[in-house]
Design a protein. Sequence first.
Length: 325
Amino acid sequence: MDLSFKCSGRYAITPKETRGRARLPMNEASSPTAAPDDADEALTRLVTDLAEQLGGQPSLAELLEVLGWSIPPDDNIGTGSFPVPLKLRAKVQGSRRYESERPSRTCELNDSAFVDASAFLLLLAEQAAARTGEPVSPTMLVAGIAAALETSGIRLADIAADEVVGLEADAPQRKPKVRPGDVLAIPAAAGGYHLASVVDRNHFGTALGLLRGTAVFPTLGGETPVVLRRHCFHTDDEQVAAGVWKIVGHDESLRELFPCPSEIYHGTDLRWPDVDLGEFGAAESAQGELRLITEDEAREVGLIDGSYRQSLLSEHLQQALDDGA
């Protein structure tokens, strides 16, 4: 049974058929993507972790944002490329499009929230693949999320999960693509531009090496660039696609200023059964290989003082740069 379909440029799941758009009932018992009890439990664990880190229940928008950034690697879910982040949108009772009035706090989260979210999505993907014998599509994954929301009984900060009557994810769209070695100019709130080198691209996202200071014009000029942080920040390409961030050049030598291939870091407080994260944490490659790090490296990347973030939405990264990240 092929559940892949497109609806006005999006993959969509809603509770009933409506005119002009293909629909799949969220509560259809025969659906191969209906969420089982253990998926409910995984979702509950995720929301509990988010609540502990945020000091209160997450909003629906925050939950969907975390899920969208936590898509497991393609080779883990047996499918073609998923966009990262996967933009998830909801409809609530009354067929209203859900919009959050609260500012997102996801930039405050540490690694464990995204590990829990990825584990939840991987569980949904594995069970959908087992039921259908087909590669997992975004539609299948969205259906599993929707079913788990409906049956979990979770109360979020701004809505009860069972009030969500429809969930959809944007299909991949053609957009300008950055290449490793490209130089990006990111507008600074105080004027001028932050400059960044595209170091790498993998399933963690687009790895940017950030350069210290701002430039009046979106060019490197003749001065030797100084690195802001030694490690890379992983982000999305949305601000590039929207034309906010500009590709202003290409310089392969800038990539040599940063670790390449890029890695993400895990602190020792991460709940990862049967995995040795060492005394000070570990770095993970895009291939899933772990490298134990020293105290100096853990301090340099921000694991010890808690300032390290694996990834940031491009709009949040721009704000972080303005705040002196």
